[in-house]
Design a binder for this molecule. Structure first.
Ligand code: SF4
Length: 409
């Protein structure tokens, strides 16, 4: 497979300071064709190209030797979807059992999770919480975003997890998705309630938790939602307030449900930058001249400054923040990023946007015939997936002396 030709980084940098993700990362495949319509990363890195199980084993071996890390992150856009993820996890857990090298995956798709995989991942490390991303609270909105996960899938998966000793499940959602109503978001509370009820039933304990974490949706270029209106900050806040009240008002289950969300204002600035054109340069400059620094840090972020500067800088052009964020685009509009080519056919993206509005789902082209999104012929590439049928063998020379270059600080 082509990705095996690029086994990098060979000697990952080891930070001198303690970092949040203190682990060695290996990219196990590139691209994702699940087709979630909000996901820019999935859209612009098509198609799926896997690294082979043996290629991954070699990278892990070399990386651990040169860094001394005690945890390996198997990264990609949806790691449990690797065709040999079970064998990879088992092979690595076997290899490093004595060294207590932990393995981790980013959040897992509900339908790709299985208990064997989860057990292998936690065999040499901690059994912390499990994270899933249903993204939408109602079945209807999950069809709009093409997240083909049903509530039954989720309940079945969490039942397995709670039944096998996990006590904490984290669920990620978005608020402000195209066509969304209050009811779609309020169903997040129903889902969390069912998760806790199921968890109590299978674990026979009240000591379980489900944390609901919600981010505001920001439409992104090069996705089918690039034409969509963004929800205003006020509407986002009002919708999330209703959800919070519903969860808090639940006497039986509310205390077992954690609720984390961000207010809607930073999302509007993100939306302005995300779908802005060259005129936004003047806004960024004006914010900087006004003293704006480190806006990603909550204590430094000033929504008022952004709005004040945007109003002034955009006035000569006859546009405003709403024009960039909460306005729906038409098919005819030339978009500021149309000259950047990720291989996706714009007409295909538009059809997928229409499918979203019709609540029509589209399958993953890894397992169905190609539906002509345009990427493979345009970028002269193709889907590359296993299984290769190979297995990871035990290491013959364990704990060998580090390579001469030692730690790559
Ligand atoms: S061109 Fe076809 S096979 Fe390639 S990513 Fe698009 S839909 Fe999938």
């Amino acid at each position: 497979m082509d990705l095996d030709e690029w086994p990098y980084p060979k000697q990952p940098l080891v930070p001198l300071a303690e970092t949040v993700h203190e682990r060695m990362s290996v990219e196990i495949f590139r691209g994702c064709t699940r087709g979630c319509r909000f996901c820019q990363a999935g859209m612009i890195t098509r198609p799926v190209r896997e690294r082979s199980i043996t290629g991954i084993g070699d990278m892990v071996e070399q990386g651990l030797k040169t860094t001394g890390f005690e945890e390996v992150g198997l990264l990609s856009l949806s790691s449990a979807d690797h065709s040999e993820i079970g064998d990879i996890a088992k092979g690595l857990a076997d290899r490093y059992e004595d060294d207590k090298i932990g393995l981790s995956l980013p959040s897992t798709r509900v339908d790709a999770f299985n208990i064997d995989l989860a057990n292998e991942l936690t065999r040499n490390g901690r059994r912390s919480g499990l994270t899933f991303a249903p993204e939408g609270g109602s079945e209807r909105i999950r069809k709009v975003i093409n997240k083909m996960v049903s509530e039954d899938d989720l309940i079945r998966t969490v039942a397995t997890a709670y039944g096998n000793g996990w006590r904490q499940v984290k669920l990620y959602f978005m608020c402000g998705l195209p066509t969304e109503t209050d009811d779609d978001v309020l169903q997040i509370a129903d889902m969390a309630t069912k998760v806790i009820a199921k968890g109590r039933e299978v674990s026979k304990s009240n000591d379980i938790r489900c944390t609901v974490s919600i981010g505001g949706f920001v439409p992104k270029p090069h996705t089918p939602f690039q034409w969509a209106p963004q929800l205003s900050a006020e509407e986002t806040d009002a919708r999330l307030e209703k959800l919070r009240n519903k969860i808090r008002g639940d006497k039986k289950y509310g205390r077992s449900i954690g609720f984390r969300y961000h207010d809607g204002k930073p999302g509007i600035v993100e939306g302005l930058l995300s779908r802005g054109d060259r005129r936004i340069g003047a806004v960024i400059r004006a914010v900087y001249d006004d003293g704006g620094r480190f806006d990603g840090w909550r204590e430094h972020f000033s929504y008022d400054r952004w709005m004040r500067c945007a109003e002034k800088a955009l006035a000569p052009f006859g546009v405003d923040v709403d024009w960039y964020t909460t306005r729906e685009r038409t098919y005819e509009e030339v978009l500021p990023w149309d000259h950047l080519d990720s291989g996706l056919d714009k007409d295909w993206l538009w059809e997928d946007w229409q499918d979203a509005l019709d609540e029509t789902e589209v399958e993953d082209c890894r397992w169905t015939p190609c539906f002509d999104c345009g990427v493979c012929p345009q970028m002269d590439t193709e889907i590359q997936i296993g299984p290769t049928g190979k297995k990871l063998l035990p290491l013959t020379v364990k704990n060998a002396a580090p390579a001469p270059s030692g730690h790559a600080h």
